[in-house]
Design a protein around this ligand. Structure first.
Ligand code: FAD
Length: 498
């Protein structure tokens, strides 16, 4: 602290209080530095403590429907409470506790419940994740609000100061439950096991929505926050002639190294330093005209089986709050646009989705039609050799040795091969046959977008329908989805105030 007082040209006696405002690690070269930004309050200054979330009774207020209880849907509901609207959330999956049993079934029995899995259920895809909370969004005020709400509902306040905040799978379920309880206590409603199955549009406006192929409910405003894995929603909209479009996305594999190797590379050998957290990395390259990059890197993490149907396999990653597993995993993915794909047909909204679906199905077949995934050592993959054995991996359902060059589409495999060699040059030691590739990493973002008006945030052709969050193409992670949920409610508030 003395150093901070000196830098600020202040004496301890001038200060009423202080706090760390920003904390980051500069590991670009040795020695690794910890950068702190410290905020002081002078003796005569008032410290303002404004609660970030203001609840009120909305039990009798105007109702809005929110489909999906992921970060977008939950934040939309919280914002609705603040704004004096009554949120009614419909969620196809189960609450976080009941959902946990379905995750165990995938990991131990290879059974995927299509309504309750790593993507579907309370908290959405974000619940059993690493809970990384950084975003490329430049709107600092919105990001801060989203983070402050996480803290208000139980997250560690450190997320407000860390340059790369994360929460961890062990802590997220409790925070998500507290958010839901706040929505219910204010008079909002949350209905689990309740799936949107149809939508009625009359004269260019939403009229009603159907749940579980049965009950119809009338709403003037419907926020559609169903995430990137709700393929049935894309098919439903298309069937009802509600416009959707193909969207670029990314596909590849999830790679796993030993965390100690990544620490040694990133911290220039200073990997025992107790002040340094398990290291992460971010890699990017341009290969044959397409971007190849690391995605959702999980230090000290576990590779998760994220399929939403029985006849496919999908990987992603999560970490506990301490990130203390011995593995470091990351997606390594190739950006693909609709026109890059072999099945491209102009104006076909499903060109990317069909491509994604085929890769997931092919990998499922190649690994024996269970939740085992096809896997290969990194150098074996680059050299086209089937791996004869593997070190232990974190992927619980199990792996099967397959030459991934024979399963992944050539446009993906050839770029991954080149990218791994190039990444090995950028991070000395990264290119090693001790690293295992698990395929596929395919749910990086939505392969479909649902177009909306930039001002009203309503669907371009349907008033009262708000495509929201990652599934609609307006977010790429927990925080950006949460912010989009807030924005959709603000658009409704603006509409009513006019
Ligand atoms: C394992 C894993 C790890 C991840 N790690 C991170 C991370 O560390 N950091 C990060 O920023 N992002 C991470 N992500 C991505 C992040 O979770 C998503 O970007 C985010 O959850 C998107 O929020 P969303 O609300 O738009 O959609 P989702 O979270 O996908 O939520 C959509 C919800 O809608 C529900 N739903 C779908 N269809 C219907 C229907 N017909 N009727 C009713 N409900 C329906 C689903 O059940 C789901 O709960 C991870 C994802 C996974 C799977």
């Amino acid at each position: 602290m003395d150093l901070a007082f000196d830098k600020a040209k202040l004496r301890r006696s001038d200060i009423r209080d202080w706090r760390i405002r920003k904390r980051s690690i500069d590991a670009r070269r040795a020695p690794v530095k910890l950068n702190l930004q410290i905020e002081f309050w002078l003796k005569d200054e008032e410290i303002l403590n404004i609660p970030p979330f203001l609840s009120q009774d909305v039990s009798e207020a105007k109702k809005i429907a929110i489909i999906g209880a992921g970060p977008a849907g939950l934040y939309a509901a919280l914002r609705a409470v603040e704004a004096g609207l009554k949120p009614i959330i419909f969620e196809r999956g189960k609450d976080v506790r009941a959902r946990r049993r379905d995750l165990a079934l995938i990991n131990k029995e290879q059974i995927v419940n299509p309504e309750s899995n790593y993507c579907f259920g309370e908290g959405g895809a974000g619940t059993y994740s690493d809970g990384k909370l950084y975003t490329r969004s430049k709107k600092r005020g919105n990001v801060l609000k989203a983070l402050e709400w996480f803290v208000h509902f139980g997250a560690d306040p450190d997320i407000l100061v860390d340059a790369h905040p994360h929460i961890g799978t062990n802590k997220l379920p409790k925070i998500i439950t507290t958010m839901r309880e706040a929505i219910e206590q204010a008079g909002g409603e949350v209905h689990f096991d309740t799936k949107l199955t149809d939508i009625l549009v009359k004269d260019g406006k939403v009229e009603s929505i159907q749940m579980n192929d049965n009950d119809w409910h009338t709403f003037d405003e419907v926020i559609l926050a169903t995430g990137h894995s709700a393929r049935d929603i894309f098919y439903l909209l298309h069937d009802r002639q509600i416009k959707i479009e193909a969207k670029p996305f990314a596909l590849g594999v999830r790679i796993e190294h030993q965390q100690e190797l990544i620490d040694a590379i990133q911290y220039h050998g200073d990997s025992e330093n107790p002040y340094l957290p398990p290291a992460s990395y971010a890699l990017v390259d341009q290969v044959d005209g397409m971007g190849v990059y690391s995605f959702c890197m999980c230090p000290g993490g576990i590779i998760a089986p994220c399929a939403t149907a029985q006849d496919e396999v999908v990987t992603n990653g999560w970490s506990p709050s301490k990130r203390n597993n011995p593995y470091a995993n990351s997606g390594i993915v190739v950006s693909v646009a609709p026109e890059d794909l072999p099945n491209f047909v102009p104006n076909d909204p499903f060109v990317c989705l069909d491509f994604q679906k085929k890769v997931e199905h092919d990998c499922w077949e190649a690994a024996g039609k269970t939740q085992h995934v096809p896997a290969q050592r990194m150098i074996d993959f680059v050299e086209g050799k089937v791996s004869t054995d593997f070190p232990k991996t974190s992927y619980q359902p199990g792996i099967v040795s397959v030459d991934l060059n024979t399963v992944l589409p050539p446009l993906i495999a050839k770029r991954l091969r080149k990218a791994f060699i190039s990444f090995g040059r950028k991070m000395k030691g990264y290119y090693t046959n001790k690293a295992i590739l698990h395929a596929p990493e395919s749910r990086t973002s939505s392969p479909v977008s649902i177009p909306r008006n930039v001002e009203t945030l309503e669907h371009v052709d349907v008033q009262g329908l708000y495509p929201c969050g990652e599934g609609a193409g307006y977010a790429g992670g927990i925080i950006s989805a949460a912010i989009d949920g807030i924005n959709c409610v603000d658009a409704i508030v603006t509409k009513y105030s006019e």
